[in-house]
Design a protein around this ligand. Structure first.
Ligand SMILES: CC(C)(COP(=O)(O)OP(=O)(O)OC[C@H]1O[C@@H](n2cnc3c(N)ncnc32)[C@H](O)[C@@H]1OP(=O)(O)O)[C@@H](O)C(=O)NCCC(=O)NCCS
Length: 336
């Protein structure tokens, strides 16, 4: 048995900054409301027609992660790509990354676990490396939300929250089983599937042809739906549970945490968790203020920024935790 460790991290966000004031020009919202409820000051949106997609952003983040890992793209044994906003309905972006990075014909797996996608992705990668099957795995989380949001006042409860961007990590074999990813913990509760969802187009209820045939200007089925308060209430409970589960599994306590990198769902959720676990400001990393919620990309972007700013050092106990649509949630306990 081996462990896996994160050997390279990278992120990419589009240049186009969209402030809360920018949003208030197209919908009935304001900076004070958004900041008070979510902590978000600005986010990035891909400018339509300028070329970036979920895949190209993922590729840009991946190139940085691979270089920092000190390996060649041909050393990558497997690709895991987490997103809820793929370029195509099918195939998923994993194979597009294999193509665009010119990686040999390794396996490419697409993960559909929304805000928990990156934690699910590194959990999968960790198992392959632990078993000895693969040595280096590229895990990407990338999202292009902005093209699919309802930017009118009708969609303001959702649209102000989400942003575009990508993050990537290379996981590599670690011989010392006291180092690297110590454990991962995954959960789901499908009874709440529709509480944060995008149901159309889908084969289950409404396909593209149904939407076109109806041509209903009041049709909201192809915009994301979120029961915000219900999501909030579940998130704070599940974040806490899954962090504790990970700590208990490793006979650790909250005081052992050097850095918690929570999925950037809402600054209020992160602050609730911080208080609950008695963590200081320097023990929790947040960047939702700058990027909004980038779903599967949020943890790898935040972890990369934390690492770049010297907040992640050898020997540190780093905890990743996520909650989102599904509902799905998970954590990873890492000895850096
Ligand atoms: C989305 C969220 C910020 C909304 O905050 P809230 O306090 O629950 O607000 P509500 O949805 O109850 O709406 C309160 C009022 O603000 C209004 N409102 C909603 N969005 C608004 C916006 N962007 N700007 C101004 N007003 C807005 C609503 O229309 C409502 O008005 P009303 O009382 O006249 O009907 C909050 O529920 C939340 O953060 N939930 C968790 C979201 C999350 O983490 N999602 C990702 C999970 S991975």
């Amino acid at each position: 048995m081996y462990n896996s460790k994160i050997t390279g991290l990278g992120y990419y966000v589009p240049d186009n900054v969209v402030t809360n004031d920018d949003l208030s020009k197209v919908m009935d919202t304001d900076d004070a409301w958004i900041q008070e409820r979510t902590g978000i000051q600005e986010r990035r949106h891909v400018v339509k027609g300028e070329g970036d997609t979920t895949t190209t952003m993922g590729v840009k983040a991946a190139k940085i992660a691979i270089e920092r890992a000190g390996i060649d793209k041909d050393d990558i044994d497997f690709i895991v790509f987490a997103t809820l906003s793929p370029d195509y309905y099918f195939p998923g972006p994993g194979v597009l990354v294999q193509r665009d990075l010119g990686i040999k014909t390794v396996g490419a797996l697409d993960v559909r676990n929304q805000c928990s996608g990156f934690v699910y992705g590194i959990s999968v990668a960790d198992q392959y490396i632990k078993s000895g099957m693969y040595k280096n795995i590229l895990v990407i989380g990338s999202e292009l939300h902005s093209h699919g949001l309802d930017m009118s006042t009708r969609g303001r409860g959702v649209s102000v929250i989400f942003g575009d961007g990508a993050g990537a990590a290379v996981l590599s074999r670690e011989e010392d089983t006291n180092k690297g990813i110590l454990s991962t913990h995954l959960h789901s509760e499908g009874q709440h599937a529709e509480e944060l969802s995008l149901i159309a187009p889908g084969m289950g209820k409404r396909w593209v042809t149904d939407i076109l045939e109806d041509a209903d200007p009041n049709d909201e089925s192809y915009f994301p739906y979120m029961n915000g308060q219900f999501v909030f209430k579940n998130a704070v409970v599940r974040f806490s549970e899954v962090i504790m589960e990970g700590l208990n599994k490793n006979k650790l306590s909250p005081t052992d945490i050097d850095l918690l990198v929570p999925h950037q769902a809402n600054l209020r959720i992160s602050q609730f968790i911080q208080k609950k676990f008695g963590l200081g400001d320097n023990q929790v990393f947040n960047n939702i203020m700058k990027y909004g919620n980038t779903t599967a990309a949020s943890i790898p972007i935040a972890l990369t920024e934390a690492w770049e700013s010297g907040k992640v050092n050898s020997g540190d106990l780093v905890v990743l935790a996520a909650f989102g649509s599904g509902f799905t949630w998970g954590s990873a306990i890492i000895k850096w």
